[in-house]
Design a protein around this ligand. Structure first.
Ligand code: AMP
Length: 395
């Protein structure tokens, strides 16, 4: 695989797949620019070599072609400011106009194409569409790790039309950090798994059982474990058909000598709302009409104690419904402990995308851990051992 630093972009037009899928408010202002910031080093390297950039991305999930809400033109001012270059914009990602603008691009210039997903062909991985995109550049750079698990036209298929295919800096960092945790983790290695469902995380949990010393289980998925073990979970989240699987995971963990740490107590609510009535109860003692929406204070301390002593930490998924401040305490306590492990115990900490990344960034602690992944699903699939189409297309 060719890395960005090993390629000279001088005089080249680089077609760069970036992940500019950023959240916008009602005024089309960017509310979190993490993904844009992440791609700046890749773009800057291409420009400083004397190349030009044609940037392509998706934004949101447009259903019926061009939609104002999902137009990438809203990103042009912020991107221009960050790059110190006036970014040009093509209001169609293929076609004559995009072709002319790309052809006229001079070294040091940047062109942003309109949302790729305004064409259904993008997600279908359509070859003809990919070939039209490919005509715009001389070299393809893939820096969109967040969509690397999808075989879309711009993330994978387009690679067929290029001899020169280069791995961007975000993509490289994501792969290097995931590899570091999977292959060179220093012990004690603690994985913290949270979020809504066991079914989404089962493959990664199984893989991690061969690697970790401690597996902390929090979030909505704990209730399926608790129920399977005979506890009462009231109206908490349950995947009834995954109870057997939950017991199997516990058995495998025991066989492999992995220390599984589950909640001791839960913060429960009588409604799925920030203003619900709440109380703390022991695990497995949730009355009917109540649901567990966060770990309790004893659990937060128990989890934090293990995390703080770790040398490697992988965290994926919140400990509760952290979108409601009332139920964010457990997630914030875990975020604090991960920062302490990193800063005071010199641990390597990888925050696995999606909601855990939002949680740590919202708490203002994103730059106090070793690495915050930009890819949720993609990171999980990579760590499960799957070949990601967007990575495979680079070799
Ligand atoms: P995931 O995408 O699987 O990491 O799940 C993240 C989602 O899980 C977040 O939106 C949380 O609000 C939700 N979640 C975490 N804990 C709970 C819980 N105890 N009950 C319901 N939802 C939860």
């Amino acid at each position: 695989m060719i890395t960005l630093d090993n390629y000279d972009f001088s005089g080249k037009k680089a077609l760069v797949r970036v992940d500019f899928n950023v959240p916008l408010n009602d005024q089309f202002e960017i509310t979190d620019d993490t993904r844009i910031k992440a791609t700046i080093p890749t773009i800057t390297k291409i420009l400083s070599d004397g190349g030009s950039c044609i940037l392509m991305s998706h934004l949101g999930r447009p259903k019926d072609g061009p939609t104002e809400k999902y137009s990438l033109k809203h990103l042009v001012p912020a991107l221009s400011l960050k790059l110190g270059v006036t970014v040009k914009f093509a209001d169609d990602c293929i076609g004559d106009e995009a072709g002319k603008m790309a052809a006229a691009l001079k070294p040091g210039e940047v062109l942003l194409l309109e949302n790729l997903r305004f064409y259904k062909e993008e997600e279908k991985g359509n070859e003809e569409f990919a070939s039209k995109l490919a005509k715009l550049g001389d070299v393809w750079v893939n820096d969109a790790f967040g969509t690397a698990h999808r075989a879309h036209a711009s993330t994978a298929i387009v690679g067929k039309f290029f001899t020169d295919k280069v791995c961007g800096k975000v993509m490289q960092a994501e792969i290097d950090n995931a590899q570091k945790v999977l292959e060179n983790a220093e012990s004690p290695f603690t994985a913290i798994m949270g979020g809504a469902k066991i079914s989404d995380k089962i493959l990664i949990i199984e893989k991690l059982l061969d690697k970790v010393d401690n597996l902390i289980i929090g979030g909505g998925m704990t209730y399926t474990f608790t129920k399977a073990l005979g506890g009462q979970i009231g109206n908490s989240l349950l995947e009834a058909d995954k109870q057997e699987l939950a017991l199997e995971i516990l058995k495998k963990a025991e066989e492999k000598g992995v220390n599984i740490i589950m909640p001791l107590d839960n913060l429960i609510a009588d409604d799925f709302s920030n203003d619900a009535n709440t109380q703390v109860v022991k695990r497995g003692e949730i009355p009917d009409g109540w649901e567990g929406l966060d770990i309790g204070p004893e659990t937060a301390e128990l989890f934090a104690e293990t995390i703080r002593k770790s040398k490697t930490v992988l965290w994926n998924g919140p400990m509760g419904v952290f979108e409601f401040p009332t139920f964010a305490k457990g997630t914030n306590a875990v975020a604090d402990a991960v920062v302490q492990a990193t800063e005071e115990n010199n641990a390597f900490s990888l925050i696995g995308g999606g909601d855990s990344a939002s949680a740590i960034n919202n708490a203002g602690m994103g730059d106090r851990v070793s690495y915050v992944s930009t890819g949720g699903g993609a990171l999980l699939e990579y760590m499960e051992g799957k070949v990601l189409p967007g990575v495979a297309a680079l070799s």
